[in-house]
Design a protein around this ligand. Sequence first.
Ligand code: F6R
Length: 272
Amino acid sequence: MQIILCESAEHVGGRAADVIDARVRQGPAVLGLATGGSPKSTYQELIRRHREEQLSFSQVTAFTLDEYAGLPPEHEQSYYSTIRREFADHVDLPLEQLITPHGDAPDLVAEAERYDAAITAAGGVDIQILGIGANGHIGFNEPTSSLVSRTRVKTLAGATRADNARFFPEGDVPRLCLTQGLGTIREAKLAVLVAMGENKAEAVQAMVEGPVSAHCPASVLQMHRRAVVILDPAAASRLSLLDYYRDAQEFNDQLGQTPTRPWLQQPLVQQG
Ligand code: F6R
């Protein structure tokens, strides 16, 4: 796991965008897209680079991470609509290459299996963008999710429903969702998790330095081949090995490289 400490929340999106930008410019790529507040600045920076720096998404296939059960894709609060509003509609990603699980499918169990198989059929995800919930979830894998789970139907935790209630003024936050599983996420060739704010600090500490445990689903990233965690000072504030992370980052900078660049000079292939 590589920890990147940013001087402010404003720098987090830029760092994440650097990693994605470099991979997308290499040729056809499969991206995994999270929704929520955390990756917004990453998407904004990618949109800016599309407009100003010829960053094209025409050869990208994108899979969203999760979706509310019961919401059709065109529902304003579906994650499909959200990712279109916040990213896809502002770049040249062909809409047929933006793939989401259908929250209104008549058979959600079959839909989850179909979706998981579609990711595999596309060759797997090259870069999975992630946020983290204050309870340690990634995607909608709530605490006690199996560490080897596949895309499936999950019941949302009360805390998650409360966090997301702001988007449902009528108070009708769905109780169920479809989410890529922790085993599915682990298969992404590179995972990039962004976190900002003090309310994420405890979950970030558990993810990075705690035991690998279903109690903090994000801790499964300790078992990931290539996970990059990009943090603002508040989200990093509870880490106990901050000096080590800083030292490693400074060393990379002395080499005249961004911390991510050595990876980007090689194809993102599975490591041993
Ligand atoms: C949503 C997702 C979730 C969010 C998490 C944090 O697609 O993957 O795991 O990343 O709930 O949400 P924010 O970023 O809104 O704090």
